[in-house]
Ligand binder design. Structure first.
Ligand SMILES: *Cc1c(COP(=O)(O)O)cnc(C)c1O
Length: 396
């Protein structure tokens, strides 16, 4: 469709491909062409397309009850909260509808905890360069990338961004107004940069020492993607607050802000709300997603198959002068290249493989957590061949 014909605000540089059907790791366009999906709607369809159990539970719920209101008890939401808290190894959950909203809730909870519970004038959140936290005014201000801020002045106060992998920069930024440090364990949108383990530990320790909260944005890394239910489990750190959205309901819009018991008293009746958060429909999709993941041990599967994917890519791309680094965690993998990769993404599509970039120079691979070895082999063949077509690996 031509841009002039569309009634939409043109906020996306849309690929003209029109996908109309999905099953497991595969997508079909409106011409009947089939694609192997290695982007999963940007880490959303973690169980593949139209996963059976989620689909059944949603259909059941559609015939029973869609929406009441958070003014009433919602039994499915209570059940979903218990499930989320269980797999998250945390205590309290607030349901919302997106990643930005879950981060917004985290920021509000951190501020309110200090101002209402502790009686301290703390509100500042320290975030990292290259981070991505969403597109609302607060979360784009938290985001450590200038491109999302252009033309939106004035930005809300109370955010400080420091360079990543420099613990001293965080120490220098902490002051009597600091409420929290907010990080991603793997900076996904920023280029698939996993935080170094020791740096992550240092941040946690600093937060403990200074009595400030640690917020981890797990919107992209959460729900098994990185080989554990949450990436911070792999790092062995314990944030006070963390957020999840993309993969939480297999493509049904939902998000959650998750916290420790001692933060519960900061949010009292009327302090925060959203109409659609945790509806019976969303909650059913969340419950079915988590149960499916538990039954099939998907976080562990993501760790294993992610390791295979990473090893294959490293083996086959080593020595290629166009490739700078293959890195990632679980099934969130980035291939950093010397130059922009937009043409490689397009070439992959011609070969029947869908993937995305993360920043201009990084190829990002995000298959679903059921992806088979055979599909991994197929994808690696295509990725390697499109890179080799552009810049051949010199033979020894
Ligand atoms: C996608 C993403 C967000 C924003 O989520 P939306 O659902 O688009 O609002 C926030 N943080 C991270 C790390 C993300 O990957």
């Amino acid at each position: 469709m031509m841009q002039e014909e569309s009634a939409l605000f043109q906020t996306y540089a849309r690929n003209p491909l029109a996908l109309v059907k999905g099953e497991g790791s595969w997508l079909w366009d409106d011409q009947g062409n089939k694609y192997l999906d290695f982007m999963s709607g940007l880490a959303v369809t973690n169980l593949g397309h139209a996963p059976k159990k989620v689909s059944e539970k949603l259909k059941e719920q559609i015939d029973t009850l869609w929406h009441t209101s958070n003014l009433f008890v919602i039994p499915k939401q209570e059940e979903a909260a218990k499930k989320v808290a269980e797999v998250a190894q945390a205590d309290a959950v607030f349901f919302c509808n997106s990643g930005a909203e879950s981060n917004e809730a985290a920021i509000k909870l951190a501020r309110r905890y200090f101002q209402k519970v502790k009686g301290e004038e703390r509100y500042e959140i320290i975030t990292l360069g290259k981070s991505f936290h969403g597109r609302t005014l607060a979360t784009l201000t938290a985001t450590g990338q200038d491109k999302v801020k252009e033309g939106f002045l004035p930005l809300p106060a109370g955010f400080v961004t420091v360079p990543p992998h420099d613990i001293q920069a965080i120490k220098d930024a902490v002051n009597e107004r600091t409420a929290a440090v907010m990080i991603e364990m793997v900076q996904a949108e920023g280029g698939v940069y996993p935080l170094e383990a020791e740096y992550a530990k240092q941040i946690e320790q600093l937060c403990r020492d200074k009595g400030i909260l640690l917020i981890v944005d797990e919107v992209q890394t959460g729900m098994g993607r990185t080989g554990a239910w949450f990436a911070h489990h792999r790092y062995g750190i314990k944030p006070d607050i963390f957020t999840v959205a993309k993969g939480i309901a297999s493509g049904f819009p939902a998000g959650a802000m998750i916290g420790r018991a001692y933060l519960k008293e900061a949010f009292t009746a009327g302090s925060h709300a959203t109409t659609f958060g945790g509806t019976p429909l969303a909650s059913s999709a969340i419950i079915a997603t988590i149960e499916t993941m538990q039954e099939d041990n998907l976080p562990e599967r993501a760790a294993q198959i992610g390791e295979q994917l990473m090893t294959q890519l490293r083996d086959r791309l080593s020595g290629n002068p166009f490739v700078k680094e293959v890195r990632g965690l679980g099934l969130l993998i980035g291939i950093e290249c010397e130059e922009p990769v937009a043409d490689l993404v397009a070439a992959g599509q011609k070969h029947g493989l869908l993937f995305v970039s993360a920043g201009p120079n990084v190829i990002r691979l995000l298959p679903n957590l059921y992806v088979t070895e055979e599909e991994v082999n197929q994808a690696v063949d295509i990725v390697v061949s499109v890179i080799e077509e552009k810049v051949p690996t010199p033979s020894l």
